[in-house]
Design a protein around this ligand. Sequence first.
Ligand code: ZN
Length: 158
Amino acid sequence: MAITERLQNTTEVSYWTGEIPLEYIYTYGRAGEKYFRNLKDKGTFLGAKCDKCDIVYVPPRIYCEKCFQRLEDKYVDVGTIGTVHTFTVLYKNLDGTEKEKPVIMAMVRLDGTDGGVVHYLGEVEPSQVEIGMQVKAVLKPKKDRKGIITDIKYFKPL
Ligand SMILES: [Zn+2]
C-alpha cells in the first residue's frame, strides 16, 4: 500500500482480537496521601489554604485551582466538625433489595472550609436530619485506622 492511499474501512488492515490483562494501583497522590495519613494518625481532616484566593480546599490540593499557587506548604488541620450541606436517604441496596434500615448519606461541609466529605450520618433518624445541621465525625479507634475513607464510621449530630 502506497503512503498516499487512504483506507476506507478499518477491516482492510490486519488486526487481532483478544484481551489484555491489566493490573493497576490507584494512588492517592501527594495531597491525598497527606490527607489520609493525617486522618489515620491525628483523626482530623486536612485542607489546603490559598491565602490569595481565600479558599480552603478539602480534600487538600497541591496547587490552587484558581491561581495555580503552590499549596503543599499551606496545609491546615480543619478538625472534624461541619454542617450538613445536602443529604439523601437510601432505602434500597445496589441490587434493588430493601435495606433493613434506611441509610443517610450527606455532603458535610467542614467548618471554615470550602470543601467537605461525603459520608454516612449516624445516631440520627432520617426525619431528624436538616440541611445546616452541625455534625462531627466519628472515627474508628486509632489502632483500627488504615488511612482509608472507612476510618470514618459516620458523622453524628453535635
Ligand atoms: Zn488561589
